[in-house]
Design a protein around this ligand. Structure first.
Ligand code: MLT
Ligand code: MN
Ligand code: ZN
Length: 310
């Protein structure tokens, strides 16, 4: 399997267009130790020819331009795309808007839970991806299903599972109480497997907390790409950026007793890679104490273009 990180930043990207926080100013100025990042997405392939996107970010067009494996190949005729499927982990803007870049009458399949596919169905702009050319395929929970699209079997399976999280920001229902109307299927993690080699990895770009069932599922995994939105729960408030904690946004923090570094310390995962990193996160500075803490705990900080083979 080949896994490529197309975008390693959270919603807004890095730098974020309207942000003058310490990190955004530093990366715009080309300060050593800072690297620009596009919004949250991975691509995966078994053979290097046919690919599935894991989320479709608003930066997809730029990401495709930077990834020759995903370019149209003239040997396949006048119109061609290596992208045969797109799998969605939630309905957030940073994970679904890139789908509209994939119009132009090109066949592929969209996979998601019914909750997320309902968003795609009820927002008519997504009808530019007309069915049946672009079928929507419901992902069941806790069941591995084969990935295919445009008549091609990708030779991979994907298993979706519910993770603690929150309904998409633009669908929050303030009258519904503390969970804003969140339902099962609003946020999922993915286990992508190659049945031929029995190798697999996990992709969980949004997760509010690592509860017992999730810890059990991830124990001993070979690779986990995980929610690295914030380093500390209140960093956006501290920096005067936005009056919300990570918990309020449905994102666990890296640090602290209930953070991801602590939670994974007992799970014996082979390789831990943060993705979906928010521009406020001090770990974006390669020379920061936060980055040293992450390095010391055995985590990697994902970056655009990172390739993993397994
Ligand atoms: C998130 O990850 O919390 C969302 O992408 C936020 C947003 O929609 O901007
Ligand atoms: Mn996001
Ligand atoms: Zn910023």
């Amino acid at each position: 399997m080949i896994i490529k990180v197309l975008g390693s930043a959270a919603g807004g990207g890095f730098p974020q267009w309207n942000c003058n926080c310490r990190n955004c100013v530093a990366v715009r100025a080309g300060t050593p130790g800072f690297r620009a990042r596009t919004q949250s997405s991975l691509a995966v392939s078994r053979d290097g020819e046919s690919w599935a996107l894991l989320n479709a970010s608003p930066d997809l067009r730029q990401q495709l331009g930077q990834t020759p494996e995903l370019h149209a190949n003239p040997k396949h005729g006048l119109r061609h795309s290596p992208i045969k499927a797109a799998v969605l982990t939630n309905g957030d803007v940073d994970h679904v808007i890139g789908l509209v870049n994939l119009r132009e009458a090109q066949p592929f399949s969209i996979y998601g839970t019914d909750r997320v596919l309902d968003i795609i169905k009820s927002n008519s702009v997504f009808q530019v991806l007309a069915e049946p050319l672009v079928p929507r395929i419901t992902l069941p929970l806790d069941k591995a299903v084969p990935l295919s699209g445009a008549g091609v079997d990708l030779g991979l399976t994907v298993e979706a599972f519910a993770v603690p999280g929150k309904v998409a920001l633009y669908l929050e229902d303030a009258s519904a109480g503390e969970d804003f109307g969140t339902q099962e299927g609003d946020t999922i993690g993915l286990k992508v497997s190659d049945p031929a080699t029995k190798k697999s990895f996990f992709y969980i770009p949004g997760c509010a907390t690592i509860d017992e069932p999730l810890a059990r599922r991830l124990k001993g995994a070979s690779i986990v790409f995980f929610d690295g939105t914030l380093f500390t729960d209140d960093e956006m408030i501290e920096q005067g950026l936005l009056g919300k904690t990570g918990a309020r946004m449905g994102h666990i923090s890296m640090s602290g007793p209930s953070g991801s570094i602590a939670a994974f310390s007992k799970l014996e995962v082979g390789r831990l890679i943060y993705v979906h990193i928010n521009n406020s996160n001090p770990a974006l500075d390669e020379n920061s104490a936060a980055r040293k803490a992450i390095d010391g705990a055995g985590w990697e900080v994902g970056y655009d273009g990172l390739e993993v083979r397994l």
